[in-house]
Ligand binder design. Structure first.
Ligand code: FNR
Length: 401
């Protein structure tokens, strides 16, 4: 384990992780689909949005707490579900759960975790959510739900953006498969845990495409609702129409996500669609956003655009690879400190104030476009303009210069 004293930023963490991990494992974590344009765009988008601070706001006391269904968090960062933590850290998800508990945040355990959901539950009394993939064989899905309930997980995060796995070219080139000692242990009783065999391309993709159901629909969510009373968060919503539809299906939260740019390449960044979804969802359910969030300022921007909380994926794995549980604790503490500083420097004493001030705290071409879109939506909804019906093509031509 190397000295972590110089890790002050995400760039430091990434560099340290790259030095430690085997190239094919670093690629599995850090890569995305296709040309990886979307992975890059998830990061770039934050650089295209600038903060416009307020001053003289008596920012001595900063409150970063947020309440979500059944849980108050001291800061709005949740650990995104990511498969196979043992690839980067011997203790796998057990280390992640312990760090999350120490920092009073939620771990979302992946269906494809390398420690079983029962073992993870046994090392931490803190809140945990279980991420659920929907299998072709519904008996597997139902078994996972029952076990999550018994083990004490507080919510199901149902990932709906993976009817098939994206073309992750790094994994295909590396003919990526799991080392023999790492397994998708939650699937052991169905004899589906071993993903170690070598294949032509990515064994992980082959396994996923064989087992996950591409035929899921809104009726699948209704079925899920009928078999469990756990809160359901839908993860992988990007289209405002889907966000609106989800409200008809008794779900308790939406996670706006493009799977970290690992599914469709060229997909919109979650941050770009967040304001429109926030407007339409209108606080009916909490909104969580992920993809490219790397520092406190990014969290600030996401909250100002309408998120209640954010999730982080890759940085968790980079931290685990560099220094296990303690480095993950450092990462979570650093993000909170950065957020507090960003809020203080921008004159916002609570997350509610950041959300309420919204667009007025932000600038940049993207923001101008988002504001414009919001204005158009208002006109459409309120019928402000009695004579002009704003058609989609008019929207295009009426874009600001
Ligand atoms: C993921 N992600 C993911 N999502 C999910 O719902 N179930 C899963 O098992 C996984 N597995 C997974 C593995 C790895 C290695 C990565 C990098 C990502 C997606 C994840 O939950 C999240 O949406 C993104 O990682 C967020 O983007 P950032 O923070 O990584 O940029």
């Amino acid at each position: 384990m190397q000295s972590t004293s110089k890790i002050l930023s995400n760039d430091d963490l990434l560099e340290a992780s790259k030095k430690i991990l085997k190239p094919e494992i670093f690629d599995f974590i850090s890569g995305g689909s296709g040309s990886e344009w979307s992975v890059k765009n998830n990061l770039d988008i934050f650089h295209q949005i600038q903060i416009v601070p307020r001053v003289l706001q008596k920012s001595g006391t900063i409150d970063t707490s947020v309440s979500l269904p059944g849980k108050n968090l001291s800061f709005p960062v949740i650990i995104a579900p990511c498969a196979f933590h043992k690839l980067v850290c011997e203790d796998g998800e057990l280390a992640t759960a312990k760090a999350a508990a120490k920092c009073n945040t939620i771990l979302t355990l992946s269906t494809m975790s390398s420690c079983s959901m029962e073992d993870v539950a046994s090392v931490s009394n803190n809140d945990k959510w279980f991420q659920l993939y929907l299998f072709k064989d519904q008996r597997i899905t139902e078994d996972l739900v029952r076990r999550a309930e018994i083990a004490g997980y507080e919510a199901l995060v149902v990932t709906v953006d993976l009817p098939a796995m994206g073309m992750r070219l790094r994994d295909i080139r590396n003919q990526f498969s799991l080392p023999k000692h790492i397994e998708a242990v939650n699937l052991k009783k169905f004899h589906l845990s071993d993903i170690s065999e070598k294949s032509e391309g990515s064994k992980v993709k082959e396994h996923t495409d064989q087992q996950f159901d591409a035929n899921i629909g809104w009726d699948t969510i209704d079925w899920l609702r009928s078999i469990t009373s756990l809160p359901i968060f839908l993860k992988g919503i990007l289209n405002v129409e889907d966000a609106i539809e989800s409200l008809n299906h008794d779900i308790q939260g939406i996670i706006i996500s493009n799977h970290g740019g690992r599914q469709i390449d060229g997909v919109v960044s979650p941050i770009e669609v967040l304001p429109e979804i926030a407007k339409m969802v209108n606080n009916k359910v909490p909104l969580i956003v992920d993809g490219g969030i790397r520092c406190g300022e990014d969290i600030f921007k996401a909250i100002a655009l309408g998120a209640n909380a954010v999730m982080i994926g890759r940085p968790v794995l980079w931290a685990l690879s560099v220094g296990g549980e303690s480095e993950l604790e450092s990462l979570l503490t650093r993000l909170q400190k950065e957020l507090i500083l960003a809020m203080r420097l921008a004159g916002c004493n609570s997350l509610q104030i950041v959300r309420d001030r919204g667009f007025s705290l932000l600038a940049g071409e993207k923001i101008t476009n988002m504001k414009w879109k919001e204005m158009m939506m208002k006109m459409e909804n309120n019928h402000v303009s009695e004579n002009i019906k704003i058609t989609p093509s008019a929207r295009f031509f009426l874009k600001p210069i």
